[in-house]
Design a protein around this ligand. Structure first.
Ligand code: SF4
Length: 380
């Protein structure tokens, strides 16, 4: 008889992926509702919007109407929302704003990758990257200003966490990008920009919920990948949100991983891989393991063998990513021959392995190269 997948108890207790007690956003949103108006419309799930409108004495279904106008039609001028009464429209102006992050620079690579530097309301900046491929237009999105995970190969990791983004700032990166590239549409989202997404779960998973809403943008959750450095206690949220899981692995055993990714000391490989197995069992999806090739550090054929043995019982694909240089880094990119040797060893052993084509390297938009400082300091 088939075993029922084990559901995390916190989830069965009725928690949603974005429920986080006493979070920065919940507090400021509550305060905002009392003190600071108008509030960003992009911060509300449909349920939250319905509740908010009910608090103003309006019908619940109005939330659905507003979602259609804003996310499906792209209309943010209440005067143009023809199926709403004049009085209702007039009242909404005082309640909601539609401000989006400001575009500071929009760079285009020779390979058609685009990088956008966004300025947030407080002057902090984050980056998003548009990655085109044959049938896809993927948006790599940021969830934090800086990052506390301090992975040694990552440019963002050199910038300590300044703050976590609010939902409207993450939704805003998406909305603003689609405005910039219209009439094209984003087909996939990867949370692989600045920040550890599971360190900011409320805003990240509310964003997924908002963009997924069928009355609004209707973005498939199976087209959203959440990449984590291995924040194990928060990984259940990826299962609960029905999104795809990518794990930034980058080590072939605990010692090598701990040297590159300090989080491994807290949640070592056995714990991390057990959580991956739970995800696979529950979602029936493969896990993607990201593995950065650092010359002389993680790129040897013996390392490929150990990586294979580490992951062989897990339903996964391995993305190997040759290191992308950034200012101040001691690591080097392996030679093409070494990259091929590593990849061929994994293939020979029977791993499902992909060599990620490096995109946007000339504009510092490639994996591990994002930072808020780069463009502002005119390092590009
Ligand atoms: S790789 Fe990801 S988790 Fe690690 S420091 Fe960079 S942004 Fe943070």
């Amino acid at each position: 008889m088939a075993r029922t997948p084990e559901k995390p108890s916190i989830w069965t207790d009725g928690k949603r992926p974005w429920d986080v007690e006493n979070s920065q956003e919940s507090l400021s949103q509550n305060q905002g509702a009392m003190l600071e108006k108008p509030i960003s419309f992009y911060r509300f799930t449909q349920d939250q919007l319905a509740q908010y409108l009910q608090g103003l004495g309006k019908e619940k279904f109005r939330a659905q109407q507003l979602y259609r106008w804003v996310y499906d039609q792209g209309i943010t001028d209440f005067e143009q929302m023809s199926n709403l009464s004049k009085d209702f429209r007039a009242g909404l102006k005082d309640q909601f704003n539609f401000e989006l992050p400001e575009v500071v620079t929009h760079l285009k690579s020779e390979d058609k990758t685009e990088k956008i530097l966004f300025k947030l309301y407080d002057g902090n900046t984050v980056e998003a990257v548009i990655i085109p491929s044959k049938e896809r237009l993927t948006l790599c999105i940021s969830s934090e200003v800086g990052c506390n995970m301090a992975c040694t190969f990552c440019y963002t990791g050199k910038q300590k966490l300044k703050r976590r983004l609010f939902t409207d700032e993450i939704v805003g990166q998406f909305v603003k990008t689609e405005q910039l590239i219209a009439p094209q549409k984003i087909t996939n989202i990867v949370f692989m920009g600045m920040g550890e997404p599971l360190d900011n779960p409320e805003a990240v998973f509310k964003t997924v919920e908002i963009l997924h809403n069928p009355f609004g943008r209707n973005f498939s959750r199976k087209k959203v990948t959440i990449s984590t450095s291995g924040l194990v206690p928060e990984m259940w949220r990826i299962m609960a949100s029905h999104t795809l899981l990518a794990v930034s692995l980058n080590g072939y055993n605990d010692q090598s991983r701990s040297e590159i990714m300090p989080i491994n000391k807290k949640y070592p490989l056995a714990t991390l891989l057990h959580e991956c197995q739970k995800y696979i069992q529950w979602s029936k999806e493969k896990v993607t393991f990201e593995y950065v090739l650092l010359k002389g550090v993680t790129d040897q054929v013996e390392h490929a063998r150990q990586l294979y043995h580490l992951t062989k019982t897990i339903s996964c694909k391995i993305n190997i990513i040759p290191f992308n240089e950034h200012p101040g880094s001691d690591y080097q990119r392996p030679s093409l021959e070494q990259i091929e040797r590593f990849q061929n060893e994994l293939i020979k052993l029977g791993a499902h392995v992909l060599l990620r084509k490096t995109m946007g390297r000339d504009i510092y938009a490639a994996c591990g190269q994002l930072t808020s400082a780069a463009a502002l300091n005119k390092n590009l």
